[in-house]
Design a protein. Structure first.
Length: 445
């Protein structure tokens, strides 16, 4: 569907065309009309499906239709990380390039003074992380009393990172009458609970099945011994000529160590994680986007908001501890309708983590052994496909067999019970006689 059919203003359509987009994605087609109508939204959409534009465009359209000379904060977007906040703010600025609205992005790791100065000059849209926004609220440098639209982006990740208390505190500063939009890649129970309290009669939109991954992501598992993971990664980067590969590690220290190993092998790499300053993270991300570095090694939190349309490879050097994080990780590739590859380096010790991911996805990720890196320990398989398609019928047949066997045995068992009942009084009498006899003798004595 063309953006022209969604009822957006000419200024927005012009900005969309300048960005090179013509057709709306499924999440945009379904959500934009409802948001323009002023309805609350609960949308399930993975990263890379165009969900930022799905709320940015109708919010700008709504603000444009009720534009006033007095500038105040009218829209608030909360994101879990600095990188995602920066990306969302850039989207508002790009799509609103033909409009007079101003956007401020508020996150930690940088000077709060610069942010205060921008807020003092007046803004219409605020994109923020919860912690820094609470800092501004405590210092009364931002006023949220006239918010018209409140967006909670990547709600599942917000809860994973423990922001629920901060979110509830922020909501208290918002007006009662407002439009609420909640976007989440997955719908755990906690998200449902939050949605029931935050949203009023929402339109629920599920672009793909829950806990599913982007359709154009090719997923593979490379079995490898733990001691040879780094060696295999280097081999793949060099021999298969991977360029612009985003590699995920479990820890910050692991990211730094892996980066040093790659650089020693003349593979230009940099790390991005929570211990890095915001300036260092921004530089590393810009270098990666510009193609100045070949590999970006990241932790889960730091990688949120990395938006590269042509990112070809995502590599799980370490599998995530939380299965849902796998969906978020591989969502960094195959964005905006492009194709991508997600590869997981898995050793035998990682089987439980892999099993959890495959059960969440409800299918088994294909294994592919690399020549020269055959494993000494066999990697087990969950075999989910055969369980779903082949074992259900035998299971039902076994149930019927059990019933038939039990039915056949019921009749003789009942007869036996009846015969036992007949014998029981005789046996009881015999036992009681034996017990009573010595008692009577004692009494007589």
């Amino acid at each position: 569907m063309s953006f022209k059919k969604l009822g957006l203003s000419d200024e927005l359509l012009s900005a969309i065309q300048e960005k090179g987009y013509s057709e709306a994605t499924p999440v945009q087609r379904k959500t934009i009309p409802y948001i323009i109508q002023g309805l609350d939204i609960l949308a399930g959409a993975q990263t890379g499906t165009g969900k930022t534009a799905a709320f940015a465009l109708p919010i700008l359209d709504k603000l444009q239709k009720s534009e006033s000379k007095r500038r105040r904060v009218r829209a608030l977007v909360l994101t879990p990380t600095r990188e995602l906040a920066s990306q969302v703010a850039d989207s508002f600025r790009d799509y609103g390039s033909n409009l007079r609205f101003k956007t401020a992005v508020l996150y930690g790791g940088v000077s709060i003074k610069t942010q205060k100065d921008k807020l003092r000059m007046g803004v219409d849209i605020v994109v923020a992380t919860p912690g820094r926004l609470l800092d501004h609220l405590s210092q009364k440098t931002v006023d949220l009393s006239e918010i018209e639209v409140f967006v909670l982006d990547e709600g599942d990740r917000m809860l994973d990172m423990g922001f629920i208390i901060d979110i509830k505190r922020i909501i208290k500063f918002l007006p009662y009458k407002r439009q609420n939009l909640l976007f989440s890649a997955t719908f755990p129970k906690e998200i449902r609970s939050l949605a029931s309290k935050l949203l009023s009669s929402p339109k629920e939109i599920q672009i793909s099945s829950q806990n599913s991954t982007a359709e154009k992501v090719k997923q593979l598992v490379y079995p490898v011994d733990r001691a040879r993971k780094k060696e295999l990664l280097i081999h793949c980067i060099q021999e298969e000529k991977w360029f612009q590969a985003l590699v995920f590690t479990k820890t910050k220290r692991g990211a730094d160590k892996l980066t040093k190993v790659l650089n020693k092998q003349r593979i230009n790499a940099n790390a991005i994680h929570g211990d890095k300053t915001q300036a260092a993270r921004t530089r590393a991300l810009k270098s990666f986007k510009d193609g100045a570095i070949q590999v970006l090694v990241a932790t889960d939190v730091a990688a949120r908001g990395i938006d590269i349309n042509l990112l070809p490879y995502v590599v799980n050097f370490d599998l995530p501890l939380v299965p849902e994080d796998y969906i978020h990780r591989i969502g960094r590739t195959a964005r905006a309708g492009k194709e991508g590859t997600a590869i997981s380096l898995v050793c035998a010790d990682d089987f439980n983590l892999l099993s959890g991911i495959e059960r969440l996805l409800n299918f088994r990720i294909p294994r592919e052994e690399i020549e020269g890196f055959e494993t000494t320990q066999h990697l087990n398989t969950t075999n989910l496909e055969s369980n779903n398609n082949q074992r259900k019928k035998p299971h039902n047949k076994n149930k019927n067999l059990r019933k038939r066997v039990s039915d056949n045995k019921k009749s003789p068992w009942r007869k036996k019970k009846e015969s036992d009942n007949k014998k029981t009084p005789w046996r009881n009498k015999k036992k009681s006689d034996n017990k009573k006899t010595p008692w009577k003798k004692k009494k007589r004595i």
